[in-house]
Design a binder for this molecule. Structure first.
Ligand code: FHN
Length: 437
């Protein structure tokens, strides 16, 4: 995917008071699930082309023509994830330290995971006939987890007016015909706005995660359309947060038009922003289940992304791509549980932290307890007896290993403090030192 980074302009910060829980939680789960989970990256025995995004198979299978719409949409006849257990998904997320679950209510293919009255292209017209969003939102409520929806507002490959990939970015043959504004407006009024209304009225998502990535989207997602969509959401539920990939590069207010900034896929910035922000990232290379994608991040790599963002005041939304059966893949479960084991002792060093003034240390990252008084040093490659020099750290009252409470020696300098890790330390994950100041 083409990505474009858009800088936040100074003085835009108008944090929505309803976003407090969002910045507090730091860590959430993203779920890409739908009828595209069935072929899982392979169409009629041939791996899809161009990139690893299995949810793009309608366009990238049978390359370069793509899969004919009717043939792709016939996947609804096979959609029967009988092992889908919303409670099990939520328990895995919660155990890993996550505070929210955001699911692809409708991805680019246009298929809805709920009984939408707006479009028959939905889960009730499959053998499964169960309201996936309803079950997941109920399980989230039961476990004190925030429920949220991804909604592809620009691209929709089912509605005759819905957005199509840009021909220059997506070199399929024959090239897609270009939509007219009238066609797109019909889609917008007939499907997009009414479905967003349904999502809010039926499931009360804590946030809506919209999806554009510069390219040509602002031709379709114009400021007027964005304002119409934002207005609808604000009227129906002022607590529902909206992300910047609504298309804010095409909005005169920029990021200030929405509640939180979403980075481009898997982008972990070197600096934070003066508005709530997050990175959504994959566990392997695909978002939806891909049967040939075996390049999984380790739990430690995932934790490093999380901590890096937290040290800059940002969130991390980690994706899982459930199997066609509805189960989470074991590769994902294993990683979530490893993360959960780390979280069990170190979670306070991530949740409820704010952007840290002590950054870019050689040995790792520093997070800061909201309101100050405590820094957390995340040492990426801890060695027994090693000295950790923390540039900029002054006024240390005490330092201890977060897991054991073991007190550590601190040598204070003018512009730094040196802390010695315990001689008996055995740690192959990230070690956290809590420093009271
Ligand atoms: O095209 C989508 C992609 O399939 C996936 O949903 C990601 C998630 O951030 N968003 C788009 C590409 O950036």
């Amino acid at each position: 995917m083409e990505i474009q980074e858009v800088p936040v302009s100074a003085g835009q910060s108008k944090a929505n008071p309803h976003a407090a829980w969002f910045t507090q939680q730091r860590f959430g789960m993203f779920v890409h699930f739908g009828i595209n989970s069935i072929p899982a990256g392979v169409w009629k025995g041939v791996p899809m082309g161009r990139n690893w995004y299995a949810e793009w198979i309608q366009m990238q299978g049978n390359w370069p023509k793509g899969i004919p719409a009717a043939e792709y949409q016939a996947l609804t006849k096979q959609f029967n994830p009988v092992k889908f257990d919303a409670d099990a998904w939520v328990r895995e997320a919660k155990n890993a330290g996550m505070g929210s679950i955001c699911i692809t209510s409708k991805h680019h293919d246009g298929f809805a995971l709920w009984p939408s009255k707006v479009s028959a292209y939905n889960v009730m017209n499959t053998p499964f006939k169960r309201d996936i969003l309803g079950e997941l939102s109920n399980a989230c409520a039961k476990h004190g987890m925030k429920f949220a929806c991804y909604y592809s507002h620009w691209l929709d490959w089912e509605h005759p007016g819905g957005g199509l990939p840009h021909p220059d970015e997506f070199k399929s043959e024959p090239r897609h015909p270009k939509r007219t504004q009238e066609q797109f407006e019909k889609y917008w009024q007939e499907k997009c706005l009414p479905q967003v209304r349904e999502l809010i009225e039926n499931y009360h998502p804590a946030f809506l995660w919209f999806d554009t990535w510069a390219a040509n989207s602002s031709e379709w997602i114009t400021e007027a359309r964005m304002d119409e969509l934002i207005g609808l959401i604000r009227r129906l539920d002022p607590t529902c947060l909206i992300n910047s990939r609504l298309g804010t590069w095409g909005h005169s207010k920029g990021y200030a038009a929405v509640d939180f900034i979403s980075m481009m896929d898997n982008h972990f910035p070197e600096k934070g922003f003066d508005q709530p922000w997050e990175t959504s990232g994959t566990m392997n290379r695909s978002w939806a289940c891909h049967q040939l994608d075996h390049e999984w991040h380790t739990a430690k790599e995932i934790l490093t992304f999380l901590i890096k963002n937290a040290s800059r005041g940002g969130n991390y939304q980690l994706n899982v791509g459930p199997l066609p059966t509805g189960e989470l893949p074991v590769q994902a479960i294993r990683r979530l549980r490893e993360i959960g084991a780390w979280w069990l002792v170190n979670g306070e060093a991530v949740r409820g932290t704010e952007a840290s003034d002590l950054q870019a240390q050689k040995w790792g990252f520093v997070t800061k307890k909201k309101g100050g008084g405590m820094y957390y040093l995340h040492v990426l490659e801890p060695r027994a007896g090693a000295e950790i020099v923390v540039r900029g750290l002054r006024g240390v009252k005490q330092a201890r290993v977060l897991e054991t409470g073991q007190a550590l020696d601190v040598l204070a300098g003018n512009e730094h403090a040196a802390i010695t890790l315990p001689a008996e330390l055995r740690e192959n994950n990230i070690a956290v030192v809590a420093v009271e100041v």
